[in-house]
Design a protein. Structure first.
Length: 275
């Protein structure tokens, strides 16, 4: 009922899961990941306890293959399970129980595991694997995972149709304000085209919840500072700081006012012209 990719980024700093299914809120069930530990997708007749158990095994130093072995040997329902795992070093394993509904299977390689069940055919996981392997190393990891998921969807995906999709990416210190490891945690719970909708949400995530790169930062000179304050006030804000907080741009404007993201500057200028 589900197809997914579980992977570690090429730079070894991020782990993540992208998943889609004809199932309500697949993101609530399938993915789990912890930075510096690994990631898992549990699906088919999913055993949700696998998520905590697998990450605990990996955190204790088990490899992906050892963690999977421990999960399966403790589970009498193993023949109905499907699992993908990647560990801290990028070693990956996939498992499809003998009782999973056709088409069901998976593929692995350095840093990734792709798997699915009740699919239109093997071409779904093949397209996902190829897209991941061929990805430009400069492409942000979340976008690589999403591209792989979209490739599987385009290749046929879940044979029963579409309903939900999710994307989870973790990296040390990547969360909002740098207070946790969640770089991306997006879910489309019920939608006729969930993968496309997930792509739209990822663009918003990049804008609102991702810190600006150095090449996106515009130095705020005294003249620009004066312009920014004037524009913010023209939009009804007390000052620039208030406008930034109201619009949720905290990740893209320096707290001390020393720089502003080029995209936010463009948005502020456009809004100010229309005011």
């Amino acid at each position: 009922m589900t197809f997914s990719i579980v992977a570690r980024s090429a730079d070894g700093e991020s782990w993540g899961v992208a998943v889609a299914s004809k199932f309500l809120a697949v993101g609530s069930a399938v993915p789990a990941a912890v930075a510096g530990v690994g990631a898992i997708a549990t699906q088919a007749d999913a055993n949700l306890a696998y998520k905590g158990q697998a990450l605990a095994h990996l955190d204790d130093g088990a490899t992906a293959s050892v963690a999977l072995q421990r999960l399966l040997e403790e589970d009498d329902g193993r023949d109905h399970r499907q699992v993908g795992l990647v560990d801290v070093d990028g070693s990956a394993v996939t498992y499809t129980g003998a009782a999973c509904f056709d088409w069901a299977g998976g593929r692995t390689g350095p840093g990734y595991a792709v798997q699915g069940n009740i699919l239109t055919g093997e071409e779904v996981v093949a397209a996902m694997e190829q897209t991941f392997v061929d990805a430009d190393p400069e492409t942000p990891f979340a976008h690589v995972l999403l591209a792989a998921l979209a490739a599987g969807d385009a290749a046929g995906g879940d044979s029963r149709g579409r309903q939900s999709a999710a994307l989870l990416v973790v990296r040390e210190g990547a969360g909002y304000g740098g207070h946790d490891d969640i770089a991306v945690d997006l879910r489309v719970d019920d939608h006729p085209d969930p993968v496309t909708e997930l792509a739209r949400l990822l663009e918003l995530n990049d804008l609102y919840l991702t810190a600006s790169r150095d090449d996106e930062k515009v130095e705020v000179t005294p003249a620009l500072a004066e312009e920014l304050e004037r524009l913010a006030r023209s939009l009804g804000a007390r000052d620039l700081h208030a406008w930034v907080g109201t619009e949720n741009y905290e990740m893209r404007v320096a707290g001390d006012g020393s720089w502003i993201d080029e995209k936010i500057l463009a948005r502020l200028r456009a809004a100010g012209e229309d005011a």
